[in-house]
Design a protein around this ligand. Structure first.
Ligand SMILES: Cc1cc2nc3c(=O)[nH]c(=O)nc-3n(C[C@H](O)[C@H](O)[C@H](O)COP(=O)(O)OP(=O)(O)OC[C@H]3O[C@@H](n4cnc5c(N)ncnc54)[C@H](O)[C@@H]3O)c2cc1C
Length: 459
């Protein structure tokens, strides 16, 4: 679109000389996110360091009607931080101070550019625990996680970001700064605006600071790896474990394709013919963890696991979890384009969803890898394809349509944690009533009447 004359100079006055990037290489860098099929260059990238600077940037953008796309670490996998209409990318990575850890109130306040892992490193020193754990935690920022309402393996027992969001400082597109929510666990004071902004994918307001609820660090942890020769049996095992009264902190599922990659990258001696792995973590008081571990091992054996291995120590447990993360990363290294989805179904429908995804792979002659958070119904079928091979990509898109249709058919949703962004907006009409989409649009207008904040996303 081209920026109004003088915009870059005005941004430099706000964020400083080093806080503004305009070189072609820099603009290219900020034209991507964690997806492999979307890119669009901004005209300028700005790195504010304070809420006041964010407010000044938004006033400028509103005045001249310049699109602003907020970006944390850019790890989202929905096209959420792609500046599809150009304009300004407002990157929060220099707003990275942990402001306060209030151990007595079990809360922490931090700027949004703080990386999740850095927060956790600090919390451990206080024997505190922040459970939501998107597997991009080494890079993902708090602002990005709140905006996507991220969650990870711990969601089974502990929930996702929204369950820990107490308050936030926000800047509206007009530049107005507002503090929302507070520091208390309970708060029913008018509409719950922090919860509305949480998961809004950067379309309503720029979040600059968040206050999060914390938990005491569990006394003990135990990881258990179970190998199955049938992926559907693995899905059924999850059901049985819940039915036995055990609530694991994590239950992750990986299929045969991933088992093979794990054995290439971080060998664990897994049988290459195995169809699925379930990886569990139990946590809590030591005695309880011991008993629950016995229960999980017993359940897996009874449902027909071919190998069940409780980790011998913390090192072995870490190896298992590193393998899980490496497996997910390996997906992206194995095809020029990966359509990595995150359909979610009621947990009792997981075996059916797995069956439908596998049928899809056969119908369209595609490799579709299945990894996911089996304990909460959130699977990540990843279709390996190549955007530059039109025939192959067309088949991949058809498979994607079928997978979304299957998830909705089974009473599920389009996205459990990655958001709609650009990736899933063409499916929104199938997933939400027209009246609900209209409401979303009206809410957007109230926050952002000129439509400058992350335009082109969700619908
Ligand atoms: C290897 C890998 C593993 C992953 N695993 C998981 C997982 O297990 N669970 C999960 O939920 N996700 C996962 N993700 C997706 C992604 O990491 C999360 O969505 C994460 O929360 C994004 O954080 P970010 O800082 O990178 O945000 P970005 O990608 O920079 O931004 C995400 C969205 O938030 C908006 N935004 C960012 N900051 C702000 C702000 N301060 N104010 C307003 N809007 C803002 C952006 O405009 C964009 O729409 C994974 C991604 C990768 C690449």
């Amino acid at each position: 679109m081209g920026l109004p004359k003088g915009t870059t100079e005005r941004l430099r006055k706000i964020a400083g000389e080093k806080g503004v990037l305009t070189s072609p290489v820099d603009l290219l860098t900020y034209s991507y996110d964690g997806t492999t099929n979307w890119e669009a260059k901004p005209e300028v990238v700005v790195f504010p360091t304070t809420t006041d600077q964010v407010s000044e940037i938004m006033k400028l953008a509103t005045q001249d009607v310049i699109p602003v796309t907020v970006r944390g670490a850019g790890t989202n996998v929905s096209g959420g931080s792609i500046p599809v209409l150009g304009g300004i990318v407002l990157c929060t990575t220099r707003m990275n101070r942990i402001i306060a850890i209030n151990a007595a109130n079990f809360s922490a306040t931090a700027e949004v550019g703080v990386v999740l892992h850095d927060l956790n490193q600090e919390l451990v020193k206080h024997r505190l625990f922040f459970p939501p754990d998107p597997q991009s935690f080494l890079a993902a920022t708090l602002g990005g996680c709140v905006s996507e309402n991220a969650g990870g393996p711990y969601a089974v027992k502990y929930g996702v970001f929204k369950h820990y969001l107490l308050g936030m400082r926000t800047v509206l597109p007009s530049g107005t700064i507002i503090d929302l929510g507070g520091k208390t666990m309970k708060n029913v004071t008018g509409y719950d605006l922090p919860q509305l902004i949480c998961g809004s994918e950067g379309t309503l307001a720029v979040i600059t600071q968040v206050t999060l609820r914390l938990l005491p660090l569990p006394q003990a942890h135990q990881t258990v790896l179970a190998v199955f020769d049938n992926v559907v049996t693995a899905g059924e095992t999850v059901q049985r474990i819940f039915a036995s009264g055990i609530m694991p902190a994590k239950i992750e599922l990986m299929d045969n394709w991933l088992i093979q990659r794990i054995e290439e990258v971080t060998p664990l001696g897994l049988p290459l013919t195995a169809e699925a792995i379930l990886l569990f973590e139990l946590d809590g008081m030591s005695e309880a963890v011991k008993k629950e571990t016995e229960g999980v091992v017993d359940c897996c054996k009874k449902t027909g696991a071919i190998d069940v291995r409780p980790a011998r120590d913390a090192n072995e447990a870490e190896n298992f979890w590193t393998a899980r993360r490496a497996g997910f990363s390996a997906i992206f290294g194995n095809a020029p384009t990966v359509l990595a989805e995150d359909v979610t179904v009621p947990i009792n429908r997981i075996p059916e969803l797995i069956g439908r995804i596998r049928r899809c792979a056969r119908t369209y002659n595609l490799t579709i890898v299945i990894i996911g958070h089996a304990g909460d119904g959130n699977l990540h079928p990843a279709i390996l394809t190549n955007r530059k091979d039109p025939a192959h990509y067309a088949r991949a898109e058809k498979a994607l349509d079928d997978i979304f249709a299957a998830a909705l058919d089974l009473g599920g949703v389009l996205s459990g944690e990655h958001g709609i962004g650009l990736e899933k907006k063409r499916f929104l009409k199938q997933a939400l009533p027209a009246e609900a989409i209209e409401l979303l649009k009206e809410i957007k207008k109230v926050f952002d009447p000129k439509g400058i904040l992350n335009p082109g996303k969700i619908w």
